[in-house]
Every structure is written in structure tokens, then in C-alpha cells.
Design a protein. Structure first.
Length: 272
């Protein structure tokens, strides 16, 4: 089992390049960054994590810019989105951005995707919350076409373009892994159809994790990898997840100033 970190990089926490170097120096395998383009002032959608939305949700850097900074400061660290709100992103631009990150990092990019929970946020991007899951599917499929075809085209309900040239192509063959977030009743449908792995959030809909993982792999007919997002720093949690068949654990890293973050990472390294 491998170990990474999931976090929010903001303008008042540790810088992404410093964070990336610190993780690699301590033997951490991956860094996954969350995304919110903005937070609407008038909030209606309940945050799944509780009543009050934490400060770092309001101040996130663009994850792909931050991951590029981390990638250029490291040599081995995998750099991924956890998660990219693909229902708020243009698929042609996203395909180019992730392929560019994969090229710059030497084949270390990972695309974690999800449909999101903040309906006001996605509406500001012109996305209807009622159709966001269908939109997610088409945008992922379109991105894969752009990555893998010299003359890519896509014709769907929401995404429609005639043949185009889109470069650079990713370094990884056939493309960077796409991890599907969530743990709802239709999540496995998406993982099996167009995902390369499953990335649920620790403690949210994963009470029967071993059985869920077995079901997913049986449905897929192959050993799809599972990355558990937002795990507390706990030897007991690690043992539980390993026994259930999880391949990668992403420890939840609070958004803190540099010195506080480095002290936390020193304690985390003792667990690895």
C-alpha cells in the first residue's frame, strides 16, 4: 500500500513547491489537491462535512497551477486532483492542462474527478445540477478522446466538437489514470465505464468497504485500484484500509502555515 496526502493549497498556507519537496523528502508518494473556483456569497447547498464551511474552501489556488509548482520541485511525487470539478471545466482546456502537467512532471499526473456538491458554484459555470452526472461522463470521455486520438472528435448531449488536433499528448500510456470520486449508488457504474480507479472519501458511505471493493472489482472484471481520500493520521485506520484492499491512502493534511505543516509531516513520516 502506498501513502499520499490530500489537502487544500491556499494563499495563506504552505506554498505548493515547498510542500511537494517536503513530501518527497519524507517518502510520501503523492499529493492530491482539492478544487473550488469560488464560493458564492449566498450559500444554499449543505456542505457534506458539517455545518460551517471552513476558511480554506474560500481561498484555494487553482489545483493544476499548484500541482505544476509541486511537480517542478520534485522528481518522484505523483501529482493529482482530488477532486477536479470537471462539471465546471471546459474539456478541451482540461485535456490540454492535464497533458501538459503530465509532460512537465515526466508522467506523474493523476486526474481525480467528481460531480461536486455546491450547486450554486456549478450554476455560475452554466451547469445544471440536475444533469451534472451525465455532463461529468461526457466530459471525461471527451478528455480521453483528446488524449488518445490524433484527430479527436466527440458528439454527445453536452459536449460536441468536430475533429481537432490537441497537443501535447500525455506521457503516460494510454493516459494519466482517472480516479472517480464519490460513493453513491451509481458511482461504480462510472468507475467501471470510464474510470481507472475509485477514490472515495474516508468515512462517507464506506462502512462496508471490503465488500464494496470486492463488488467493484467483480463488476469490472479486473483489479481496479482504490485510493482512499482524506484519511486521519492513524495506524488503526491504515490497518483497516489495508485489510479491506485499499491500494493507496491519502492522509488528510490541514491547511496550515509552512512551519506547522512541516511539523505535521515529520509526525506523519513516523507512521509510514
Amino acid at each position: 500500500m502506498e501513502f499520499g496526502v490530500s489537502t487544500f493549497v491556499t494563499d495563506d498556507g504552505i506554498a505548493p513547491a515547498v510542500l511537494g519537496r517536503a513530501l518527497e523528502e519524507r517518502g510520501v508518494a503523492s499529493l492530491y489537491l482539492a478544487e473550488h473556483t469560488h464560493i458564492p456569497v449566498k450559500r444554499e447547498s449543505p456542505w457534506p462535512g458539517g455545518d460551517e464551511l471552513p476558511r480554506h474552501y474560500y481561498r484555494t489556488l487553482d489545483p493544476l497551477v499548484a500541482l505544476t509548482a509541486a511537480a517542478t520541485a520534485t522528481e518522484r511525487l505523483r501529482v493529482g486532483t482530488g477532486i477536479a470539478l470537471i462539471v465546471q471545466r471546459d474539456p478541451i482546456l482540461l485535456a490540454k492542462e492535464i497533458a501538459s502537467l503530465d509532460l512537465i512532471s515526466g508522467g506523474r499526473a493523476v486526474l481525480g474527478v467528481g460531480a461536486g456538491w455546491n450547486r450554486e458554484e456549478m450554476r455560475n459555470h452554466g451547469t445544471d445540477p440536475k444533469t451534472r452526472v451525465r455532463l461529468l461522463r461526457e466530459r471525461v470521455l471527451a478528455v480521453k478522446e483528446l488524449w488518445t486520438k490524433d484527430e479527436a472528435e466527440f458528439h454527445g448531449e453536452f459536449v460536441d466538437f468536430d475533429p481537432v488536433f490537441s497537443y501535447p499528448k500525455p506521457v503516460q500510456d494510454p493516459h494519466p489514470p482517472i480516479l472517480i470520486g464519490g460513493s453513491g449508488p451509481t458511482t461504480f457504474d462510472r468507475v467501471v465505464e470510464f474510470g481507472d480507479g475509485w477514490m472515495p472519501i474516508y468515512g462517507r458511505g464506506t462502512d462496508a468497504l471490503a465488500a464494496q471493493i470486492a463488488e467493484l472489482r467483480e463488476r469490472a472484471g479486473r483489479r481496479l485500484p482504490v485510493t482512499m481520500f482524506g484519511v486521519p493520521r492513524s495506524a488503526e485506520a491504515v490497518a483497516e484500509l489495508e485489510a479491506a484492499g485499499v491500494d493507496e491512502v491519502l492522509f488528510n493534511l490541514k491547511t496550515l502555515p509552512e512551519d506547522d505543516t512541516l511539523r505535521y509531516l515529520d509526525r506523519l513520516a513516523e507512521l509510514l
